[in-house]
Design a protein around this ligand. Structure first.
Ligand SMILES: *Cc1c(COP(=O)(O)O)cnc(C)c1O
Length: 368
């Protein structure tokens, strides 16, 4: 056995088998590779609107205090969120992105003795955090690309500790009706935690706010983020809302200063900037219409999406199309790793970015 095999075998079995998360290709990387200057990235469901000027101002004001540790309790941001959501601050847990919350949930509640239920085509982080702690994943076949909650309920057994539901789901954009979700929650044993990942909540035009269900379902944990509609992906702020007892447990596991001080003030400013959010949602609605009209024109099927992205079916291997788009300076997301090798996921951008993507896709498809 070589030295590197010996070193590798020191890791937990689950970690040895992990396949790292594949992020969207960074613009700088494509620039280095191809020497292109005009690059658009519609690959990571970021907000193309750019940073809110109110956020920039808040960060600038906080710069002189960077020698101090951040407020490890996140007091001010939690107070603002609690008022915004009409919950108590002790129901909130702040994370370095909602990704960190997903990881905290795994470290707090999972072990090699338990299993986790989630859907096929669901967000890639669920299998990662499950496997990293050695728990078993029960992946349930999707129904029309969405979560099949009846099959998911049937997959829950006496060893199930947690269920992940992405609503809307990434990369499919599918969303569940409130009545369906509530029926699932009613059917779930109280000893099974239900994590409702609402990273795209602000875009989703949800009929009901699941935060109002928390008093009825003590095993419900809702996660949300500032990365998507609030435009703070680069700063990493997410949070969960749940029963205070569960929040207390998560708090024991998290790093004491998991949110840096600039992220904390930025999120607070972003939460107050209602105009930015409204502008974001309006831009997303019109951009979604722009893209789907183009797909229609090109004779391509797409999955109706409640997020700030849409997955289109190219009816052939998507990878060559993805690569041809890169040559034209357009970065989108191939999703073969989600068992969707014929789809590309496109994040909704500004109107001119969407137009550049449509022109590039039209040219690539005509060439092939
Ligand atoms: C983007 C995303 C997240 C987390 O993003 P953070 O930047 O870590 O907050 C969580 N869930 C889904 C489904 C996502 O698409």
């Amino acid at each position: 056995m070589s030295d590197s095999d010996c070193l590798f075998n020191l890791a937990l079995t689950g970690v040895q088998q992990l396949i790292p998360y594949i992020p969207g290709k960074p613009m700088e990387e494509l620039q280095r590779e191809l020497g292109l200057t005009n690059i658009i990235k519609l690959a990571s469901n970021e907000n193309s609107l750019g940073t809110s000027p109110k956020v920039t101002a808040a960060i600038t004001a906080a710069l002189p205090e960077l020698t101090r540790y951040p407020d490890g309790s996140g007091f001010a941001l939690k107070a603002a969120l609690a008022a915004h959501l009409n919950v108590a601050p002790n129901q909130l847990t702040l994370g370095n992105g909602s990704n960190e919350i997903l990881e905290l949930l795994a470290r707090t509640f999972l072990s090699p003795d338990v299993n986790v239920v989630f859907s096929q085509h669901a967000f890639a982080v669920y299998p990662l955090v499950t496997q990293a702690v050695g728990a078993t994943a029960h992946v349930v076949a999707a129904l029309n690309y969405g979560h099949d909650l009846i099959a998911m309920r049937n997959a829950v057994d006496e060893k199930t500790r947690l269920v992940f539901i992405a609503n809307p789901n990434n990369p499919t954009g599918t969303v569940l009706a409130a009545t369906t979700l509530k029926a699932f929650l009613h059917s779930l044993p109280k000893t099974v935690l239900c994590v409702l990942d609402e990273a795209y909540f602000e875009y989703s035009h949800a009929e009901e706010n699941a935060v109002n269900w928390l008093s009825e379902f003590e095993n419900l944990i809702i996660t949300r983020t500032f990365s998507k509609a609030y435009g703070l992906a680069g700063l990493r702020v997410g949070y969960s809302i749940c029963h205070p007892t569960l929040a207390d447990l998560l708090n024991r596991v998290r790093q004491p200063f998991n949110n840096n001080s600039l992220a904390l003030v930025a999120a607070e400013a972003a939460l107050q900037d209602k105009d930015y959010l409204q502008q974001t949602i309006a831009l997303n609605n019109s951009g979604m219409a722009q893209l789907t009209a183009a797909f229609e024109q090109l004779g391509l099927a797409w999955i109706p999406s409640a997020g700030n992205f849409v997955s289109v079916d190219l009816n052939r291997s998507a990878l060559p199309v993805y690569q041809a788009l890169l040559q034209k300076g357009v970065i989108v997301r191939p999703i073969a790793n989600y068992e969707m090798p014929q789809h590309l996921r496109i994040s909704i951008g500004m109107a001119h970015e969407n137009q550049l993507f449509i022109a590039a896709l039209t040219a690539v498809l005509a060439d092939a």
